[in-house]
Design a protein around this ligand. Structure first.
Ligand code: ADP
Ligand code: ADP
Ligand code: ZN
Length: 216
């Protein structure tokens, strides 16, 4: 199964992705997580990428496509994966299609999480992330048991630099300009499925399960 999660920043892609990959045994490939991990390790790629990420800009297509290519195709070819946060531009989507075509395969489904701008802003500014395992929480909707501490690993929770207000608006504008056109791109391929992301965590997950079970 080859899946892709789409939706504006803060829609709940990462949250749902982590559950889907466990239940369906897929490789979880999140370009945002990959960039942040590389930054934590002080690699030149991560340091460079963070310059863009911090202000809410996209990392260049060239760099982004290359890290995905390496992750998906270099050592061994991943057969079952879920991409979260990639592609974000038409150029990236075309590059992905080409990579898959070379392996004589294609995406099975694109799950589009639909949420309004008001909900997005709330979710992004309230998001807290674990500095060790990357788990995400929300100050109101998913608080950790102990304030500031990750339930899963005890790591310190922090607010991502790009989840602060100024860069949140930037990211929404960029989403509308660069990423939203992908909805039509995948709709034209007949593999786009929409899910209402404004429901509860569990309700959104159930809707995703239902669509995977009815269409794949
Ligand atoms: P969110 O899900 O909140 O939008 P991500 O963790 O997916 O955040 O991405 C964080 C940031 O990393 C993005 O705002 C962007 O700067 C960079 N990034 C992630 N994926 C891509 C991509 N496919 N192309 C360009 N930049 C990316
Ligand atoms: P994305 O990966 O799309 O940027 P996340 O999965 O990180 O989004 O979710 C953004 C924030 O919203 C997080 O703080 C998360 O806990 C919260 N969140 C996600 N899904 C829901 C939901 N269905 N209801 C309420 N809050 C949610
Ligand atoms: Zn943790």
């Amino acid at each position: 199964m080859k899946l892709l999660m789409m939706g504006p920043p803060g829609a709940g892609k990462g949250t749902q992705a982590k559950k889907i990959v466990e239940d369906y045994h897929l490789a979880n490939i999140s370009t945002g997580d990959m960039f942040r991990e590389s930054y934590r390790k002080k690699e030149s790629l991560g340091l460079l990428a963070m310059e863009f990420i911090r202000d809410g800009h996209l990392v260049s297509d060239e760099i982004t496509i290359e890290i995905v290519r390496r992750r998906l195709f270099v050592n061994h070819v991943e057969k079952n994966f879920l991409l979260d946060g990639f592609p974000r531009t038409i150029t990236q989507a075309e590059a992905l299609d080409e990579m898959l075509e070379v392996e004589q395969t294609k995406l099975d489904a694109v799950i589009q999480i639909v949420v309004s701008d008001a909900v997005i802003l709330n979710r992004m500014v309230g998001r807290r992330s674990c500095s060790i395992c990357g788990a995400t929480y929300h100050v109101d909707y998913k608080p950790p048991q102990k304030e500031g501490v990750c339930d899963a690993c005890g790591g310190v929770l922090y607010q991502r630099e790009d989840d602060k207000h100024e860069s949140v608006r930037n990211r929404l504008d960029i989403y509308k300009e660069k990423t939203k056109p992908l909805i039509d791109y995948y709709d034209a391929q007949g593999i786009l499925y929409e899910v209402n992301g404004e429901k509860s965590f569990d309700a959104v997950y159930r809707d995703i399960q239902t669509l995977l079970e009815t269409h794949l």
